[in-house]
Design a protein around this ligand. Structure first.
Ligand code: GRF
Length: 212
């Protein structure tokens, strides 16, 4: 049996992906996972508000208050240890994850990106910029990607992807809304696969066993 997932959500923004994951867990769709803590660099983020309203520990860490990266990382690792976290879910988190955290949680950190990686990823590719770039490139298909987080930004091995059709007359806003609603299905699905021990990572290669 795989270990139960004890999840920390890292989020900077609205928290709609966090909410989708929480709803899936509370609906019994991911029986062997729990959200132990939500951590944010933004004190007023929707994610922290949702966590507080849902009875989940909500922790704000001010990324700028530490004299060194070393001390910031000690603080982050301390919180993760305190809540016995064994899996990290980045859900709209706007800060870089320190290599030390990646080392401790190797193959146990996932992120969701609002495009079909490796396209439209990397520096500057977040939020509206992603959908603007997709439209500017004249793509007819975009989508969402769940991937493992490693030291290279947006380049970790891909776990799941789902495609979204780009219709004529689409704007960055309409596209963002369509991709986001796909994310809300894809992210809980990816977490379920990890919770059921169906994802194995061998070097840079992800294998997913029968996903039923
Ligand atoms: C999502 O579009 C996700 O792909 C990206 O950040 C956004 C977070 O949205 N990484 P929300 O805060 O979960 O609503």
């Amino acid at each position: 049996m795989p270990d139960r997932l004890i999840i920390a959500i890292f989020a900077s923004g609205k928290g709609s992906n966090f909410k989708a994951i929480l709803d899936a867990i509370r609906a019994g769709k991911i029986p062997s996972a729990q959200i132990a803590v939500v951590l944010s660099n933004k004190p007023d983020s929707g994610a922290l508000r949702i966590a507080s309203e849902s009875g989940i520990p909500a922790i704000h860490i001010d990324w700028n208050q530490f004299p060194s990266d070393e001390q910031l990382t000690d603080c982050v690792l301390g919180v993760l240890q305190e809540y016995l976290v064994n899996f990290i879910v980045l859900a709209g988190f706007m800060k870089k994850i320190d290599p030390r955290v990646i080392g401790v949680y190797r193959h146990r950190i996932i992120n969701i990106h609002p495009a079909l990686l490796p396209s439209f990823g990397g520096a500057g590719m977040y939020g509206r910029h992603v959908h603007e770039a997709v439209l500017k490139a004249g793509e007819t298909v975009t989508g969402a990607t769940v991937h493992l987080v490693d030291e290279e930004y947006d380049q970790g091995p891909i776990v799941l992807q789902r495609r979204v059709q780009v219709e004529p007359g689409e704007t960055p806003e309409t596209l963002a809304a369509k991709v986001l609603s796909v994310e809300h299905e894809l992210y809980p699905e990816a977490i379920r696969l990890f919770a059921e021990g169906k994802v194995t990572v061998d070097a840079q290669h992800v294998t997913i066993m029968n996903s039923q």
